[in-house]
Design a protein around this ligand. Structure first.
Ligand SMILES: *Cc1c(COP(=O)(O)O)cnc(C)c1O
Length: 411
């Protein structure tokens, strides 16, 4: 399906010397902290303070809110794999979005997608209400629509997700970035790239100014920590972001930094396996006549656009059954697939976004945005693909989503 992750990178970036799968586990001497014992795993500097050599001379670190060696090591590693000039890690994906949103002053405007993560919608609604920041929720799949909302001085952020979750709408990030930078020199293009991870898509390489991740998802991979990541291109913007993190105290603690660094090492193998499983499941569902939303399928209306930016479709997909009750029964009938929000974990999850992750969006708005109430979302893990398919098939039959007699007649 693709020429393997990161052939593209080695041509466009001078930071990555090897393919990303290699860089993920390769922690060089120069980007690390100086450890006196040459430890193979970066130590956890579980210390709030660091001693000074005199009253006036400060060392590299003094207080962990401002900086911690374990966190710095992780940030350097992440900057490399995101092709960022600087990267920051904070206590959750929402904290990353909050820190970036603080670049916007009252009276300025944000243009955001209309199929964003529910928590992002809630944060934007809060900014609108209490900080006099205007938010335009628009269909960012159309560059023409987006252009109508650009204001030469007021527009400060363009906030994108591509693909969106769970409808898998794709936005043309390079074209949007070019148009925005030409018309609004003050505006920053921000991509929440959580769905793809830096393994499949690195948006700073093709025009984004800031890339955000919920490290809670693929980067950590095991649903055992919460973290947020911010990758930045411009040094002035990076300094503002560092200021906010230090001023508000949202930097990731040392133990969580260590866990996230450990998770990132296996991102490549996890994503390859999860994505291969997801592709098989998408084909299985499509074969049985379901309408499937997944950028790995040729039936996806923006299949080609997606692959101009990414080297894989990821491991989340959704489908509809035509009936809300049937969908509920499917979700409740699986055994391996756990009913849970979130994604990016090594084990497989099933959910009904309208009842779960996206329930905070009012039903009327969901309808307006073409959000099917019977939508089932699958977040595919690393289990055996046949086990996953058999479990799903049993649930679909039990819920009458697949008519077995009909299928036997056709056979
Ligand atoms: C989960 C998620 C977030 C929020 O991240 P947390 O770590 O849960 O705070 C933001 N954006 C997207 C796309 C997400 O999937």
């Amino acid at each position: 399906m693709n020429s393997g992750p990161l052939t593209k990178t080695s041509q466009t970036s001078n930071r990555l010397r090897y393919k990303l799968a290699t860089e993920l586990v390769f922690i060089g001497n120069s980007d690390g902290i100086k450890d006196p014992y040459a430890s193979a795993s970066v130590p956890i500097y579980q210390s709030a303070t660091f001693k000074q050599s005199s009253a006036t001379q400060m060392g590299e670190y003094d207080y962990s809110r401002s900086g911690n060696p374990t966190r710095s090591h992780l940030e350097n590693h992440i900057a490399k794999i995101m092709s960022a000039n600087r990267a920051f890690v904070v206590t959750s994906g929402m904290s990353a979005l909050d820190v970036v949103a603080r670049l916007v002053k009252s009276g300025e405007e944000i243009i955001a997608g209309n199929d964003l993560y529910g928590g992002t919608n809630r944060l934007l609604a809060f900014l609108n209400k209490s900080c006099d920041i205007k938010i335009h929720h628009i269909d960012t799949t159309s560059v023409d629509t987006l252009m109508q909302y650009l204001h030469p001085t007021k527009t400060r952020l363009i906030l994108l997700e591509s693909p969106t979750n769970p409808l898998f709408k794709i936005s043309d990030i390079p074209t949007i970035a070019a148009v925005v930078h030409e018309r609004c020199p003050n505006a920053l293009v921000v991509v929440d790239n959580t769905m793809m991870s830096p393994y499949l898509q690195r948006t700073l390489e093709f025009g984004a100014d800031i890339e955000i991740h919920s490290g809670t998802k693929y980067l950590s991979g095991h649903h055992d920590l919460m973290a947020g990541v911010i990758g930045v291109k411009d040094e002035v913007v990076a300094e503002k972001i560092y200021f906010t993190i230090n001023a508000t105290g949202s930097g990731l603690p040392p133990f969580d930094s260590w866990l996230l660094l450990r998770g990132i090492k296996t991102l490549g193998v996890r994503m390859e396996k999860q994505q291969a499983n997801a592709m098989q499941i998408a084909e299985f569902l499509e074969y049985h006549g379901f309408k499937v939303m997944y950028p790995g399928l040729k039936s996806h209306p923006q299949y080609e656009l997606h692959f101009t930016m990414s080297c894989g479709p990821g491991a989340v997909l959704s489908f509809v059954t035509g009936d809300v009750e049937i969908s509920e029964r499917v979700v409740e009938s699986t055994k391996i697939w756990a009913i849970s929000v979130s994604f990016g974990c090594v084990n497989s999850l099933i959910s009904m976004p309208c009842r779960m992750s996206h329930a905070s969006i009012p039903a009327a708005i969901r309808q307006e945005r073409g959000f099917p109430e019977d939508l089932i979302r699958l977040c595919v893990g690393i289990e055996d693909a046949n086990d996953l398919i058999e479990d799903l098939y049993s649930a679909l039959v039990l819920a009458n989503a697949i008519d077995v007699d009909q299928q036997n007649e056709n056979a």
